[in-house]
Design a protein around this ligand. Structure first.
Ligand code: NAD
Length: 420
C-alpha cells in the first residue's frame, strides 16, 4: 500500500471547506485552524545490548475548549509532526460530534515496534511517559491506544505516571490513560469499542437505506484492533467477509472468510499472510474487490486518485483515521459511493474511553450491557446530528460531520469570549 501526501493537507482542506460553507466566525476559525501545543521530545532509552538509542516523539494538543485533551498514542516509523497534527485535529472534531466533554490530542513515537523486544518497548514507553511529564494528566491530557499500541502499553504509561506522583495522590489518578487492561481500571468493552462503534454506525446506515446486512458482503483493510473487531462484529449479522489486507499482505475467498478463525491465525502468525483458507492477492486486486461495504481500518490516504476508481462498493465505513484523501473523496462522490466518515464512524473508541475515565473518577465498574447500550445511544445521536447537517447544508457526510463539530466549538468560544 502506498502512502502519498502529507495527511495534514487533507485535514486543512476538510476544515476550510466546512468553515466556508457554514460561515464559521472568523476569529473562531483562526483559533481552530491551529493546535494549541505541539510538543516534540527526543529521548534516550537503553537497548537490551546496553547501547543507548534516541527516539523522536510527539504530543500535539489541538484544542481543549470542550474538556481535557484526549487522543491515542501511535508507534509507527512514519509518525511525524504533520501526521500527529492531523490526528489531533480530528480528535477535536470527533469529541465535539459525539458531544463528550473532551478536547483533541494525539501522540506518537517514530519507531517500528517490530524491531524491539518487549523489554525494550517497555523502557521506551516508560521513558516517553517520563519525557511528557506534566504535559499529560487525568484532568489535562489523557492518552489511549492507537496503531501498534495496546492495553499493555497503557499499563506501562499508567504505572510510570503514578510512580512519578506522591504516593498519597496515586489512587485518584488512574484516569490519566484509557484503554487500560480491565484488571488495572480499564473499561469492559473498550478493546472492541472502535470496531463496535463502526458496526453500530453501519447498522444505523443500513436501517436508513433499507439495506439488509444479513446478506451483504464486505472487506476490511487492517486486521488489528479496529479491523478485526469490526469484522468479527459484522459476523453477528452473517455478513460475508470476502477479503482482508494487513501489513503482511492481502487475502481473498469468494465463499467467505471466518473472521474469528482468521483472528486466531493472525495472532499466532503475526499477520494474515498465507492464511490457508483463502488465496493471496495483490493490493490492486484487493482494492477492486466487488462487495457491498469496504471498511478501511489501517492507515491514512488509502483511498486516493489511484485506488478510489477501483472501488466497487456501496458504502465506505471509515474505521481508520484519514483513510481517504481529498482526491479519493471527490471520486467516491462521483461514483455515488456512500461514505461514513472517520470522525463519526470510528468515534466508539473515544466514547468508551470517556466511559472508562468516568468509571475511574467515580470508582464505578459498569457491565458490558451498560457500556454497549450507552455507546449505541451516543453513536446513533452522533449519526443523527451529522445527517441533520447533511440535509441542512446539502453537503457530503464528511463536510457535514466537520460542520457539526465546528458549530459546537463556535458556540463555546462565542459564549466564553476570548481572554482578556
Ligand atoms: P493496530 O495497530 O491494532 O492495527 C493496524 C492494522 O493495520 C494492522 O493489521 C496492520 O497490519 C495494518 N497495516 C499496517 N500497515 C499496513 C499496510 N501497509 N497495508 C495494509 N494494512 C496495514 O491499529 P488500530 O488501533 O486497529 O488502528 C487502525 C486505524 O484505526 C488507525 O487509523 C487508527 O488511528 C484508527 N483508530 C483506532 C482507534 C483505537 O481505539 N485503536 C480508535 C479510532 C481510530
Amino acid at each position: 500500500m502506498t502512502i502519498k501526501k502529507n495527511v495534514y493537507e487533507n485535514t486543512v482542506h476538510q476544515f476550510n471547506k466546512a468553515a466556508d460553507i457554514m460561515k464559521l466566525d472568523a476569529d473562531v476559525r483562526k483559533i481552530l485552524s491551529c493546535s494549541t501545543n505541539e510538543i516534540t521530545v527526543n529521548f534516550p532509552a537503553i537497548m537490551d545490548d546496553g547501547q543507548v538509542r534516541i527516539f523522536t516523539s510527539y504530543r500535539v494538543q489541538h484544542n481543549n475548549a470542550l474538556g481535557p485533551y484526549k487522543g491515542g498514542i501511535r508507534y509507527h516509523p512514519r509518525v511525524d509532526i504533520n501526521e500527529v497534527r492531523a490526528l489531533a485535529t480530528w480528535m477535536t472534531w470527533k469529541t465535539a460530534i459525539t458531544d463528550i466533554p473532551f478536547g483533541g490530542a494525539k501522540g506518537g513515537i517514530k519507531i517500528d515496534p517490530s524491531e524491539y523486544s518487549i523489554s525494550e518497548l517497555e523502557r521506551i514507553t516508560r521513558r516517553y511517559t517520563f519525557a511528557l511529564g506534566s504535559n499529560i494528566g487525568p484532568e489535562y491530557d489523557i492518552p489511549a491506544p492507537d496503531v501498534n499500541t495496546n492495553p499493555q502499553i497503557m499499563a506501562w504509561i499508567l504505572d510510570t505516571y503514578l510512580s512519578m506522583m506522591p504516593p498519597q495522590e496515586r489512587q485518584r489518578c488512574y484516569h490519566v490513560v484509557t484503554g487500560k487492561p480491565v484488571e488495572l481500571g480499564g473499561s469492559i468493552g473498550r478493546n472492541k469499542a472502535t470496531g463496535q462503534g463502526t458496526v453500530f454506525i453501519i447498522e444505523r446506515w443500513a436501517k436508513d437505506h433499507d439495506f439488509d446486512l444479513n446478506s451483504c458482503t464486505y472487506f476490511v483493510q487492517g486486521f488489528g484492533n479496529v479491523g478485526s473487531w469490526a469484522a468479527r462484529l459484522m459476523k453477528l449479522h452473517s455478513s460475508k467477509l470476502l477479503a482482508v489486507e494487513d501489513a503482511t499482505g492481502a487475502i481473498f475467498n469468494q465463499d467467505g472468510i471466518d473472521p474469528d478463525d482468521l483472528y486466531a491465525y493472525a495472532i499466532k502468525h503475526r499477520g494474515i499472510s498465507d492464511y490457508p483458507k483463502a488465496k493471496m492477492i495483490d493490493h490492486k486486486s484487493f482494492m477492486s474487490t466487488t462487495a457491498d461495504i469496504f471498511i478501511p481500518a489501517a492507515l491514512e490516504n488509502q483511498i486516493n486518485a489511484d485506488t478510489a476508481p477501483l472501488l466497487d462498493v456501496k458504502l465506505v465505513a471509515e474505521g481508520a483515521n484519514g483513510p481517504t484523501d481529498t482526491d479519493g473523496d471527490t471520486i467516491l462522490q462521483e461514483k455515488g459511493i456512500n461514505l461514513l466518515p472517520d470522525v463519526l464512524c470510528n468515534a466508539g473508541g473515544v466514547v468508551v474511553s470517556y466511559f472508562e475515565w468516568l468509571q475511574n473518577k467515580r470508582s464505578e465498574f459498569w457491565d458490558l450491557d451498560e457500556v454497549d447500550s450507552k455507546l449505541r445511544r451516543i453513536m446513533n445521536n452522533s449519526y443523527a446530528r451529522v445527517l441533520d447537517a447533511v440535509d441542512a447544508y446539502h453537503v457530503d457526510w464528511r463536510t457535514a460531520a466537520c460542520i457539526v463539530a465546528l458549530s459546537r466549538l463556535e458556540k463555546v468560544y462565542k459564549g466564553r469570549g476570548i481572554f482578556p
